[in-house]
Ligand binder design. Structure first.
Ligand code: 6PG
Length: 282
């Protein structure tokens, strides 16, 4: 994994890697996404199922944006299997695609317009429809066309990039949101953020069906919520309910976000391990 891992640890909900800065975090996240896509591409080649493709779901927010900008730059730009990967949205605000708050706008600017993403390989939520309920319904149709139902009737994304809000939200699943109770639909209307705006989001069962979930957490403002999620003390938080049954979950955090964690420095010299750190993360 690119990016100088300074500390790592294991929490009850996943593996934590701590990077020295937001820039190193973005490099590590791009590296992890490349590693997942490359392994999946090799597996598809071995099984003769290259046509199945690789499905990745992207979140909005500044931390995911930085990762997409690194992924669409060298060295990943010329190495990533773009021809195999289809990009979907984890969630979207119910605004026009050219609105500054649009996740689609950010993802087009940071990735789709900069990297050789083939036409038809970026699948955004259609926010021109009548309302978020219709938007969620139609996006679920898009996903059903793309996926044979995987884990227990839910699409199995090869990788899902998630951000973490200071309030413990992830995707557009905010504390107290009715969307958190959705157990059958793949996509749901939601509301939240500051100020609360109508949204569309993948539901918890879809997040929990993924092969790989990567949480990207940056900044001291996330230190408390990251510690709550990884320690298990924040079990009721939406982000804590992301726990893929047959998948891997990784938390990539920068030093600011991880400052309340006590992960062991990784063994060996030259890993940039920080002086403190006793016991595992969590
Ligand atoms: C959204 C995002 C949201 C985001 C987190 C973290 O549409 O708002 O999907 O879940 O990822 O709020 O955002 P930052 O990385 O900007 O803090």
């Amino acid at each position: 994994m690119a990016g100088a891992v300074s500390r790592e640890g294991e929490g009850p909900t996943g593996r934590l890697f701590v990077l020295s800065s937001p820039e190193e975090l973005a490099k590590a996240a791009a590296g992890r996404l490349w590693g997942i896509a490359r392994e999946r591409a090799m597996a598809l080649d071995r099984s003769g199922k290259r046509g199945k493709g690789i499905c990745v779901a992207l979140s909005g927010g500044e931390t995911p944006r930085r990762t997409l900008a690194v992924l669409s730059s060298e060295p990943y730009r010329s190495r990533f299997p773009w021809d195999l990967v289809h990009f979907y949205q984890v969630d979207e605000r119910w605004v026009s695609p050219d609105d500054p708050s649009s996740n689609q706008r950010m993802q087009r600017e940071a990735l789709v317009s900069r990297a050789p993403v083939p036409p038809g390989h970026f699948h955004p939520v259609d926010t021109s429809l009548s309302d978020p309920r219709e938007g969620a319904r139609r996006y679920e149709e898009t996903l059903r066309r793309a996926f044979r139902e995987g884990t227990g009737g839910f699409p199995r994304f090869d990788a899902i990039l998630l951000g973490l809000g200071a309030d413990g939200h992830t995707a557009s699943l905010f504390p107290g949101s009715p969307a958190l109770r959705e157990e059958a639909a793949w996509v749901a209307p939601a509301e939240g953020g500051t100020p609360p705006v109508p949204r569309v989001t993948l539901t918890l069962p879809v997040l929990n069906a993924a092969s790989h979930v990567i949480f990207l957490v940056s900044g001291t403002g996330k230190a408390r919520v990251l510690e709550e999620v990884l320690s298990g003390r924040g079990a009721a938080l939406p982000a804590s309910r992301v726990s893929p049954r047959r998948g891997k979950i990784t938390f990539l955090a920068d030093a600011g976000a991880a400052r309340r964690m006590h992960a062991k420095p990784p063994p060996g010299p030259g890993t940039g391990g920080e002086p403190e750190g006793k016991g595992g993360a969590g």
